[in-house]
Design a protein around this ligand. Structure first.
Ligand code: F6P
Length: 326
C-alpha cells in the first residue's frame, strides 16, 4: 500500500513554556516548508485545537524566533484535553482541517494528549520541552540549559550579598517533582547542600553539620538549594537552619524567572535538531513518537514505550556533590 503523502501538518506548544520552544517551532516550520508541507500553528496548546484557533505559518513567519524566549504560539494547560469528549473534538478538528500530522511540543502532559490523539487516528510526534528535564526517554529537554544558567546567575548575585552580610541563603528552584534542575544549579553554584525529592536528607548530618564545619574553616556564608518538590517547604528548611546554626538566614524563591529569557546556544541547537527530527518522522510515515536525545543523538521513539520509562536523578553527579560540599 502506498503511504499517504503528508501535505499539511500542525504544531502546538503546551504546558509550562520553556526557552527554546520557539526555536523548535521555527525548525518544524522550516523543515516542513523545505519539503513542500504546509504548517498550521495552533494557538494555546490543545485548547486551540479544540476551539479551532490557529494561524498559517510560513518559512518567513518564523524569522527572528530562534533567540526569543517563551512561545509565540502561546501555551495552556488544557483540562478539556483530559476528557474523552475534548480528545474527540481535537481529533475531529484535525481531520476537518486536513491535518496529516501534529507536532506537540511540551512535557509529560503534552505527550499524554498526543498519545490520546494518536489513538484516535491523528499521527502525533512529541518534542520534549520543559525546564524540569523530567522526561524519562530523553537525556535532555529543551529549556533545561537556559533555566539552569538563569538560576545560576541569580544565585551568583545572591552570593554577593550573602557574603557581605555573612548570611545563609536558602534558594528554591523549580522542577516540579524532580530534582534535576536543583542538582545542576547546586553543583554550578557550589552549594553547601542540595535538597532534592529523590533523596531524603539526613538534615543534621547533610545540612547543619556541613555549615558548622564550614564556619570552623572560616566560611561565613552559605548557599542551600532546595528543589520545589522537596519534602520540606523552603521556609521550613530556612527556619530549621537558622534555629540550629544561629546564622541569619534568608529565603529566595526564584519562581517563574527561571522559565524566561533568550535560549542558550545549546537549547537553540537541540531545539533545531529535534524540530527537524519530528517533521522527518512524520514524512517517514511514523504516527506516534517522541523525539529524544540519547547519548547525544536525536532520534524518535515509540510514545507508549517512552511514557512507561522512569527517570532517575543523575546519581553520579549527586555523589560528586556530596564530596564537593564536605
Ligand atoms: O513544568 C515546568 C514548571 O515550570 C515546573 O517547574 C513548575 O512546577 C510548574 O511548571 C509551574 O507551573 P505554572 O507556571 O503553571 O505555575
Amino acid at each position: 500500500m502506498m503511504e499517504k503523502r503528508i501535505q499539511r501538518i500542525a504544531v502546538l506548544t503546551s504546558g509550562g513554556d520553556s526557552p527554546g520552544m520557539n526555536a523548535a517551532v521555527r525548525a518544524v516550520v522550516r523543515t516542513a516548508c523545505a519539503n513542500g508541507v504546509e504548517v498550521l500553528g495552533i494557538n494555546r496548546g490543545y485548547s486551540g485545537l479544540i476551539n479551532n484557533d490557529f494561524r498559517k505559518l510560513e518559512a518567513r513567519s518564523v524569522d527572528g524566533l530562534l533567540q526569543c524566549g517563551g512561545t509565540v504560539l502561546y501555551t495552556a494547560r488544557c483540562a478539556e484535553m483530559l476528557t474523552k469528549e475534548g480528545q474527540q473534538r481535537a481529533a475531529d478538528n484535525c481531520k476537518y482541517l486536513g491535518i496529516d500530522g501534529l507536532i506537540c511540543i511540551g512535557g509529560d502532559g503534552t505527550f499524554r494528549g498526543a498519545l490520546a490523539l494518536a489513538r484516535l487516528g491523528v499521527p502525533c510526534i512529541g518534542i520534549p520541552a520543559t525546564i524540569d528535564n523530567d522526561i524519562a526517554c530523553t537525556e535532555y529537554t529543551i529549556g533545561f540549559d537556559t533555566a539552569t544558567n538563569t538560576a545560576v546567575q541569580c544565585v551568583d548575585m545572591l552570593r554577593d550579598t550573602m557574603r557581605s552580610h555573612e548570611r545563609i541563603s536558602v534558594v528554591e528552584v523549580m522542577g516540579r517533582h524532580a530534582g534535576h534542575l536543583a542538582l545542576n544549579v547546586g553543583c554550578a553554584v557550589g552549594a553547601a547542600a542540595i535538597l532534592v525529592p529523590e533523596h531524603e536528607a539526613h538534615f543534621q548530618e547533610d545540612v547543619i553539620e556541613k555549615i558548622r564545619e564550614g564556619r570552623i574553616n572560616r566560611r561565613h556564608h552559605h548557599i542551600i538549594i532546595v528543589a520545589e518538590g522537596y519534602s520540606m517547604s523552603t521556609q521550613e528548611v530556612a527556619d530549621r537552619v537558622e534555629a540550629e546554626t544561629g546564622m541569619d538566614t534568608r529565603v529566595t524563591i526564584l519562581g517563574h524567572i527561571q522559565r524566561g529569557g533568550s535560549p542558550t546556544a545549546r537549547d537553540r541547537i537541540i531545539a533545531t535538531r529535534m524540530g527537524d527530527c519530528a517533521v522527518t518522522a512524520l514524512l517517514q510515515g511514523k504516527e506516534k513518537c517522541i523525539v529524544a536525545m540519547q547519548k547525544g543523538i536525536v532520534l524518535d521513539l515509540d510514545i507508549e514505550q517512552a511514557l512507561e520509562m522512569k527517570k532517575s536523578l543523575d546519581e553520579a553527579l549527586y555523589q560528586v556533590e556530596q564530596t564537593m560540599s564536605s
